[in-house]
Design a protein around this ligand. Structure first.
Ligand SMILES: NC(=O)c1ccc[n+]([C@@H]2O[C@H](COP(=O)([O-])OP(=O)(O)OC[C@H]3O[C@@H](n4cnc5c(N)ncnc54)[C@H](O)[C@@H]3O)[C@@H](O)[C@H]2O)c1
Length: 332
């Protein structure tokens, strides 16, 4: 069943990578769409159409800090659905160097927005979890069995980021189990795509490597860690498709649904493909003194197929090419 276009949808973090793509899709589908984002990493320009105009009216854009409960109350008033994407998200260097503040920010944002949705009687709250919440002890070898959703417990995420995001899932489930609000939780594996953050202090691995290859000065591309660590990369267009399906889903919440492919790709393979896209003679070097995170993980996506009719469709080579071309244009 399709929802009526009279539905008002708020996307928190709507100026970010996933959020801006989702907002454009929702506007295109005819929904009145609102964004709440403090622009910590997102940018207003990500919401521009080809005509360099925001795809939503100015009055629908709230530049607010969602760590503040009063702001959360204001932005969730009179909306039917909230897709909650705002959180501190960054590359491994930022996350490990700022564990305490990342944890506190995300806990405050997630708890405040959920409570405001309950107070303002929002019909459905859709939360974005992360595969970084899976236990580190289950990610120490290459090619482990693909994760099932329930493998997240007993909890032991590697980072404060993973813990904070898991607490967001937990609190949303508590609210649902107490009949306070209807929810969906999508737990995302490693999402890549455009627009991408290129500031090295906050960027994630794929855009960071594209930037290094495009700007390389001494014919070397330095990759953090051994390069053997693997991730289940999923393109942002596939993730937007998952959120749209969660918005339209009419059946009751039946537990977390993870979104990701059932195979993983090593960072060394990604770096090799990026060097080949650059058409330059660059030597790839691995800096093992730098953190590399969990070793390997991928998704058993049978629940996503069954409950959401979702599976990833964008091929990694095709997706990488799009990101590389976008970065090249941005940096020229
Ligand atoms: N990108 C990934 O690989 C990935 C993987 C798993 C889960 N997720 C989750 O998906 C969601 C979106 O991620 P993304 O990749 O689009 O990241 P992003 O950084 O592009 O988007 C997050 C947005 O939240 C905003 N934000 C941060 N702090 C805020 C605050 N205090 N108040 C208001 N807004 C604030 C940022 O400015 C940014 O625009 C996040 O919840 C993230 O944890 C992302």
């Amino acid at each position: 069943m399709k929802l009526s276009n009279n539905y008002k949808i708020l996307v928190t973090g709507g100026a970010g990578m996933i959020g801006s793509n989702l907002v454009k899709k929702l506007v295109n589908d005819g929904f009145e769409t609102f964004v709440a984002d403090n622009l910590w990493r997102g940018k207003k320009e990500y919401l521009f159409s080809d005509k360099e105009k925001m795809v939503i009216p100015d009055k629908n854009f709230y530049q607010v800090d969602l760590r503040d409960y009063e702001n959360c109350l204001k932005v969730t008033k009179d909306v039917n659905i909230v897709v909650h994407l705002a959180d501190i998200v960054a590359g491994i260097n930022y996350v490990f160097a700022n564990e305490s503040s990342v944890f506190r920010s995300n806990i405050l944002i997630n708890s405040n927005i959920l409570r405001a949705c309950i107070t303002n009687k929002v019909e459905k709250y859709i939360y974005a979890g992360t595969a970084c919440s899976y236990p580190k002890s289950k990610q120490t070898t290459l090619n482990p069995p693909p994760f099932r959703e329930e493998d997240v417990y007993p909890a032991e995420p590697e980072s404060a980021y993973g813990w904070s995001k898991l607490m967001g899932e937990y609190e949303a489930e508590l609210a649902f189990n107490s009949n306070l609000i209807n929810i969906e939780i999508l737990r995302l594996h490693n999402v890549y795509g455009t627009p991408a953050e290129l500031d090295p202090s906050k960027s994630q691995v794929i855009p960071a490597l594209c930037k290094k290859a495009i700007e390389q000065k001494n014919k070397e591309l330095v990759v953090w860690g051994s390069g053997m660590q693997k991730r289940a990369f999923v393109h942002v267009d596939d993730i937007v498709d998952g959120f749209v399906k969660a918005i339209h889903k009419t059946s009751k919440f039946n537990g977390v649904i993870q979104l990701g492919p059932d195979y993983s790709t090593s960072i060394a393979e990604i770096a090799k493909e990026i060097v080949s896209l650059s058409k330059k003679k660059i030597e790839i070097k691995f800096d093992k003194s730098k953190p590399e995170g969990d070793f390997d993980r991928m998704a058993n996506n049978s629940k996503a197929k069954k409950d959401l009719n979702w599976e990833p469709l964008i091929n990694l080579d095709e997706g990488l090419k799009k990101v590389f071309n976008w970065c090249e244009k941005k940096l020229s």
